[in-house]
Design a protein around this ligand. Structure first.
Ligand SMILES: Nc1ncnc2c1ncn2[C@@H]1O[C@H](COP(=O)(O)OP(=O)(O)OP(=O)(O)O)[C@@H](O)[C@H]1O
Length: 644
């Protein structure tokens, strides 16, 4: 190794030099620039998704503050790959020559001690000035970098300000690193708010004028009043060393305010800053609260009855991801699924979703990912039944360049690596070939993946949600599925009900129409059409419901969906039922076998649905005692819903 004397530097730099020599075996004279291919660069950018756009907006502000200083701004992912640069026109050639450009890999492992790579290892703001750099080729650089973390505190990206001319002293960089750190914190605040758009967010500080500014503390609280995320500033202000000391606790354990009072504050028309006391040390803070974001509220459509229409659906914004609140509707099994999922999320319990095709398993898996601490990292879905058996292996595990004939020249990162840090959704897991089951099990156990054609394992932070329509236990019995993998993936099974089994058909229909309808005018559904929709069996479940409603919306006139706008199979079924007593609510395996029982079950479900599963109100409406109602629900196998 051609040695270069270690500069007289702080511990942080000395520690990094030690790693370069001892752990990475780097030679300062032989380090070369490593640039990922264009396709890999777009994969790296896709992985960070919205973080890049949030950061770019803040980089514009910061660029204006440092204009003319000879510094450029760089955004990298947590691997050290530059995703985006903000370099002044006149400096572009020199920055490009120095390798400070999109696609370059500045991990410490590749480039030795440097602002970006060392910040990633240290998880804190750093300045690496001129001769601090390990590689000879980088000694003219001066770099100040700060980490950007997600709502759970995991590293997502790095913001860096670099100069290619070694001027001034290391101490002179204090201002630069402070500016970069401040921008990184602003970006983290936006990420926190976006990741918690479904939760109430409390912002507080001991000084009222600091609330809603960069140093305030942020706490996200879910509908049940439990803390789901906190930022560093909140933990620090409340005297906690780690964020985990606060997550999972009820908000009224911490402050003198319960969830209902907080929600009321958040919903107030005029937003003011109000005082708040902490229990443990009796300190006073000032706070503001933001209710779950507008985007979610716009989905909660309202129903109203009038003469010619039984259901009115107001216009709602198209919105691809549904949160738990939207999925739960008022079906007790869905409410129970949501409750269980919330309890196990982030507890390293692998969730398996069961349900007929089209019952919303992928949508549910996305919602779980959305509330998990992994939400800012990618959700990657793979349908094992849709990919030819021969391709599943390369899709999942990826391959090295030239691994096989027909492989892409620059290789491919498989879905497992793409999902690292986030969630891998394996749909129709029962269709995975047995030999790949063995490889998947190994990845789950060893937490590393070996791409096809390679011998080098790559560490992976894998979290799998699997789904199946089949009974996997049967498949295990018949040898079609590995028992050990089954137990590994099946920490808990949540079964999504088929549409015909759901007790909240009205609200489900509303949700589907709200999703399909992007007009401004409210949509009404005529009485006979609604009756046909509610009576139909829906073998294709929510997917079929979406298709039917999409066509009906296209066909309908005056914004009213009529019977004639529905397909023949729905209206035929109504004809077949005509004259029979109502059977809505009778599931195939229901205890209610005769028509009278069926009618009773349907009446119970409809009254429960109407009263949002409030037992007292439902019993009152049906003129029976709560005990009688519970007894009847038990008889018809209707599980009591959560109180809401
Ligand atoms: N609560 C809901 N409201 C409105 N639309 C929904 C809801 N849940 C699911 N959908 C829609 O229904 C369709 C089927 O959902 P999804 O793909 O999640 O089902 P799945 O059970 O994974 O299906 P498969 O088993 O066939 O893969 C999708 O178009 C989805 O957007």
């Amino acid at each position: 190794m051609s040695a270069r004397a270690r500069p007289n530097t702080p511990d942080l730099v000395a520690g990094s030099w030690d790693r370069c020599i001892r752990d990475y075996g780097l030679d300062p004279a032989r380090i070369e620039l490593d640039v990922v291919s264009r396709s890999k660069l777009s994969e790296h950018r896709d992985e960070l998704g919205e973080v890049v756009s949030i950061a770019r907006a803040e980089m514009e502000n910061l660029a204006a503050q440092i204009a003319g200083s000879g510094y450029a701004l760089l955004l990298t992912d947590a691997h050290g790959v530059i995703l985006y640069n903000r370099v002044e026109q006149a400096l572009r050639t020199s920055f490009r020559a120095a390798g400070l450009w999109d696609g370059a890999d500045w991990s410490e492992f590749r480039q030795g001690t440097n602002g970006i790579g060392t910040c990633i290892v240290e998880h804190r703001p750093v300045t690496i000035h001129c001769a601090d750099h390990f590689a000879n080729r980088n000694t003219s650089l001066s770099c100040s970098a700060a980490p950007i973390r997600n709502a759970q505190g995991n590293l997502l990206a790095v913001l860096d300000a670099s100069s290619v001319q070694c001027e001034g002293t290391r101490a002179g960089q204090t201002h630069t690193v402070a500016l970069v750190s401040m921008s990184a914190r602003l970006i983290e605040k936006c990420i926190f708010l976006n990741a918690n758009s479904e939760n109430l967010v409390l912002r507080f500080h001991s000084r009222p004028e600091f609330v809603s500014l960069i140093h305030d503390g942020m706490i996200a609280v879910d509908e049940s009043g439990h803390i789901v995320a906190v930022d560093d500033s909140a933990a620090m202000q409340l005297g906690c060393d780690r964020r985990e000391e606060l997550t999972g606790r009820a908000i009224d354990e911490i402050f003198d305010m319960d969830a209902a009072a907080l929600a009321e504050r958040a919903g107030a028309k005029t937003q003011t800053v109000w005082p708040l006391h902490e229990h443990r040390r009796g300190r006073r803070y000032y706070a503001r609260a933001r209710s779950p974001a507008e985007v979610n509220r716009s989905q909660r459509v309202t129903a109203a009855h009038n003469d010619d229409a039984a259901l009115r659906i107001s216009a709602a914004r198209r919105h691809q991801t549904r949160g738990f609140a939207d999925l739960q509707g008022s079906d007790p099994r869905m409410a129970e699924n949501v409750r269980c999922a919330r309890r196990v999320v982030d507890r390293q319990v692998q969730i398996m979703l069961r349900g007929e095709t089209g019952t919303g398993k992928e949508v549910f898996a996305r919602a779980i990912h959305g509330v998990s601490r992994r939400s800012a990292s990618p959700f990657v879905a793979v349908n094992c039944a849709a990919i030819p058996e021969t391709l599943i292996e390369s899709e999942l595990f990826g391959y090295k360049p030239g691994a096989f004939t027909g492989a892409r020249r620059d290789g491919m990162r498989g879905k497992i690596l793409q999902s690292s840090g986030g969630t891998l959704f394996l749909d129709e897991i029962g269709d995975m070939p047995v030999e790949l089951q063995t490889r998947l099990l190994r990845v789950l156990e060893e937490r590393e993946v070996v791409p096809l054609g390679s011998e080098t394992p790559i560490p992976v932070d894998l979290n799998v949600i699997s789904a199946t329509h089949a009974d996997l236990a049967d498949l295990v019995e018949s040898g079609g599925f590995r028992k050990d993998l089954y137990y590994r993936l099946n920490g808990i099974t949540l079964t999504l009900p088929a549409v015909r089994e759901r007790a909240d058909l009205h609200s489900l229909l509303r949700s589907v129409v709200a999703f399909e309808h992007d007009g401004e005018v409210a949509i009404k559904v005529a009485e006979d059409a609604l009756s046909a929709l509610v009576r139909y069996d829906w073998p294709g479940n929510i997917r079929q419901m979406r298709n039917v409603m999409r066509t009906a919306l296209a066909l309908c006139e005056d914004s009213i969906i009529r019977l004639s706008d529905l397909p023949a199979e729905l209206t035929d079924q109504v004809d077949a039922h005509r004259g029979e007593s109502g059977t809505a609510g009778c599931s195939a395996d229901s205890a209610s076998a005769n028509p009278l029982d069926c009618a009773e079950r349907a009446a119970l479900l409809s009254a429960l649905d109407e009263n949002r599963w409030n037992i007292t109100n439902t019993a009152g409406q049906l003129s029976m005692s709560r005990n009688t109602l519970y007894r009847k629900m038990k008889k018809h196998e209707i599980p009591p819903s959560r109180e809401r």
